[in-house]
Design a protein around this ligand. Structure first.
Ligand code: F6R
Length: 610
């Protein structure tokens, strides 16, 4: 999705803005732009990659110590120079960048057109520049004009504005779309994502809903939309900027696949007192009595995070004997779900900014449910709005296709389920300890799988030209079939479907021919026999089988065309192993096809609009 960076201080703004934009590239975008004030307000915009904008800008040495920049992911109007941000008013006195959607823009545009404002783009954002022009004429004050403008807007927006009239400040505001302010020495920053600011400062202020910030080089002031001043806390971010670098890896996604043993270990280590087998969640804010009284759990998320939620559902049912629904956030938010105060909503999100997941959280809270966030980004909206938080310790995930965030989410859901099971007394002590011991072995088992990275290349090469794939899994590994298919389609653009194996004969079996590779997760399980029957059904129709299994699962050789052997583990933990070769397969196939693995077409890392 779109990205925003702003700078004011004693350095050349352009350089800092470009560095910031580069660090936001992973979010997905189709055009970019930059505006700075020196003597005049200057603007440069370009369709395509940031480097194209950089080439334009490099031809002229642009001075100026204040500026704003943007990467755009088109919503209103196709990617073009005219539609790229920053947007100007008629007289080029205001420059505006915007993330989100202004829902009442057409109505505002009609009003401004009757007042003779001239529009040059198809975007919703441009109305903001013209409203500023209108209200500045009335008030001759940048802050007053901004307040009046913001009050007219309906929708979700993070806005960042500079003006030639008052070139010593950036004004920004937030409603429904995140903004973070960075504090420096004689310089200050603003961005839609802390990653853009990490090379410059660790001290951040998170803007809340309906807040305006006035940023100058030596101070930051925050107000509500009526101009009442707010006192804000400064948060120190611990993430090491180095963690977000690509190092020797060809792509961030590859680096993140290989980081999984470490970040899973970190996620466990952070929450486990190994000596006493105690699971400790520092920001849970929910009592044991509450856990005992829960009626129903809703796990709500989008995409890959929803797949982690589905595995969480199996865990909670299996370990805690609870009634659990794993719902897609975009559906949940509009359903008439009977929620009460004895229900718990668990929202899983890497970014903590996904619009649908936040809407689902707000709805459930409003209906009285308690809420818990499973999230990777400290300070994100989700972590601030949920009653309790369990952090995944994945570190910054840059590749658009989620890998390490997913496996740490599954790890957290496993720990949470064991934690609740202990409280509710639905698990024996021996089993509980054994389940923790087995979890501690997982990072090394993933390392073992990744040691075979190069041998998986032959398999990827064999299959990279196929046009369709089917992924099948059962029980704990049904969500892995969904996840494997999602990984392949999003980065290689190959059509892939994930199914619960038992569903195959209810429809998808019609697709099976000798041109359909079928990836089947057939790990050691109490229903291995059933999966083997599914394999038989595929082979009987000449399908090509790629089987992910364990050494001692007895599958007749003639049912297997290609085999990937995983280390043994207990069944509930098998998804943390079976997903690894599927991530690798998707990555290698996409790379063989020459796809832009880290920034696949049309996708955004953080989906902050509905
Ligand atoms: C797929 C992927 C997405 C995200 C989804 C939710 O690889 O990354 O499906 O999982 O957009 O994002 P978060 O977890 O940030 O809420």
């Amino acid at each position: 999705m779109c990205g925003i960076v702003g700078y004011i201080g004693n350095k050349r703004a352009v350089k800092i803005l470009f560095n910031g934009l580069k660090r936001l590239e992973y979010r997905g975008y189709d055009s970019s732009g930059i505006a700075v004030i020196n003597d005049k307000l200057e603007r440069f915009r370009s369709v395509g990659k940031i480097n194209e904008l950089l080439q334009k800008v490099n031809k002229i040495k642009i001075l100026g110590n204040i500026g704003i920049a943007h990467t755009r992911w088109a919503t209103h109007g196709k990617p073009s120079n005219e539609n790229s941000h920053p947007h100007f008013d008629c007289a080029n006195n205001f420059a505006v960048v915007h993330n989100g959607i202004i829902e009442n823009y057409q109505e505002l545009k009609n009003e401004l057109l009757t007042e003779n404002h001239k529009f040059t783009s198809e975007t919703d954002t441009e109305v903001v520049a013209h409203l500023l022009e209108k209200y500045y004429k009335e008030t001759t004050n940048f802050f007053e004009a901004a307040k009046l403008t913001f009050k007219r807007l309906i929708g979700s927006f993070a806005l960042c504005i500079i003006s030639k009239y008052e070139p010593n400040k950036i004004i920004c505001c937030r409603e429904g779309s995140p903004l973070v302010l960075g504090l420096g020495k004689s310089e200050n920053f603003v961005a839609s994502d802390i990653l853009a600011l990490l090379p410059y400062t660790r001290n951040m202020i998170f803007l809340d809903e309906k807040e305006i910030a006035v940023i100058s080089a030596d101070k930051i002031e925050v107000f509500d939309f009526n101009g009442v001043k707010h006192t804000k806390a400064i948060t120190e971010i611990n993430w090491d900027a180095i963690l977000a670098e690509k190092k020797e890896y060809k792509h961030y996604m590859l680096k993140e696949i290989f980081e999984q043993p470490d970040v899973i270990f970190e996620t466990i280590d952070n929450k486990l007192d190994e000596e006493n087998y105690n699971i400790i969640f520092n920001h849970l804010n929910l009592t044991n009595d509450y856990f005992k009284s829960i009626n129903k759990v809703y796990i709500v998320a989008c995409g890959t995070a929803w797949h982690a939620g589905l595995i969480g559902k199996y865990y909670l049912e299996e370990f805690c004997n609870m009634y659990v629904e794993a719902a897609i956030a975009s559906e949940f938010r509009y359903r008439n779900v009977p929620i009460s105060k004895n229900d718990l909503i668990i929202v899983i999100s890497q970014s903590g900014e996904t619009a649908d997941s936040l809407a689902a959280l707000r709805k459930a809270k409003k209906l009285g449910a308690k809420s818990l966030a499973v999230c990777n980004v400290r300070g994100s909206t989700l972590t601030r709005e949920a009653d309790g938080v369990i952090y995944t310790n994945a570190g910054p995930e840059i590749g658009v296709a989620s890998t390490k965030a997913f496996t740490t989410q599954v790890t957290v859901m496993y720990l949470l389920s064991l934690y609740i099971a202990k409280i509710k007394n639905t698990i024996s002590d021996d089993k509980y300890k054994n389940y923790i011991d087995e979890l501690l072995l997982i990072p090394n088992k993933i390392r073992e799988i990744l040691e075979d990275y190069n041998s998986l290349k032959d398999l990827s090469l064999t299959f990279h030209n196929f046009k369709n794939f089917l992924y099948l899994g059962r029980h704990f590994n049904y969500p892995i079939a969904l996840e494997g298919a999602l990984k392949l389609k999003e980065i290689s653009y190959i059509h892939a479907e994930g199914y619960a194996s038992g569903e195959m004969k209810h429809g998808p079996i019609a697709l099976i021919t000798e041109e359909m590779p079928v990836v089947i997760i057939a790990v050691k399980s109490f229903i291995s026999e059933k999966v083997i029957s599914n394999l038989q059904e595929v082979k009987a129709r000449d399908g090509i089988t790629i089987v992910i299994t364990n050494e001692d699962v007895d599958i007749p050789d003639d049912l297997i065309d290609y085999k990937i052997i995983l280390p043994d583990t207990i069944e509930p933990l098998s998804p943390l192993l079976s997903v690894i070769p599927l991530q690798v397969l998707a990555y290698q196939i996409a790379d063989f096809l020459g796809c832009d693995v880290d920034q696949p077409r049309n996708l955004a890392k953080s989906v902050t609009v509905e």
